[in-house]
Ligand binder design. Structure first.
Ligand code: RP5
Length: 163
């Protein structure tokens, strides 16, 4: 495996999801986690999606983040084609504010799990943090970075002042 091989694949159903999913990419970059971002759709590019997912594990990918909006089947389809952990991020849709995406992503039948995060930006950030936590299980240096991140976050909140 090449030493620069990505550990996380961030997939999104459309280019229009990037503004939100950039938060996942930025969060992984903050932790120095190698990753790649691809537009792949369960509906518009089904064969290419399955091709990507089928090859992911042998390419060294350990976690897949899949984001989609509306009839958001991407994470479920991805999970059906891999044993890797799949984290789903429901996009905030224009018509139903992401409730459609949330239900499409979270309501998987028993047997094919998708770890579903919150709608939109918080979900994108948390998917990356959860990916870091998964990877940190066997990487003590990453675990320490995660601990430092939490401590900084706590200190920042405790320093808040109100008028
Ligand atoms: C989904 O449809 C995408 O994930 C996106 O959130 C939504 C709308 O896509 P566009 O019509 O903006 O390409 O597949």
């Amino acid at each position: 495996m090449a030493s620069d091989a990505p550990l996380v694949g961030i997939l999104m159903g459309s280019r229009s999801d990037w503004e939100t999913m950039k938060n996942a990419s930025d969060t992984l970059a903050h932790f120095g986690v190698r990753h790649e971002c691809r537009v792949l759709s369960a509906h518009r590019t089904p064969a290419a999606t399955i091709e990507y997912v089928s090859a992911a594990e042998t390419r060294g990918i350990e976690v897949i983040i899949a984001a989609a909006g509306g009839a958001a089947h991407l994470a479920g389809v991805v999970a059906a084609h891999t044993l890797l952990p799949v984290l789903g991020v429901p996009m905030e849709s224009a018509s139903l504010k992401g409730l459609d995406s949330l239900l499409s992503t979270v309501q998987m039948p028993g047997g094919i799990p998708v770890g579903t995060l919150a709608i939109g930006k918080p979900g994108a950030t948390n998917a990356a943090l959860l990916a870091v936590a998964i990877l940190a299980g066997k990487r003590p240096e990453l675990r320490e970075k995660l601990r430092a991140f939490r401590e900084e976050q706590t200190a920042k909140v405790l320093k808040e002042t109100l008028p």
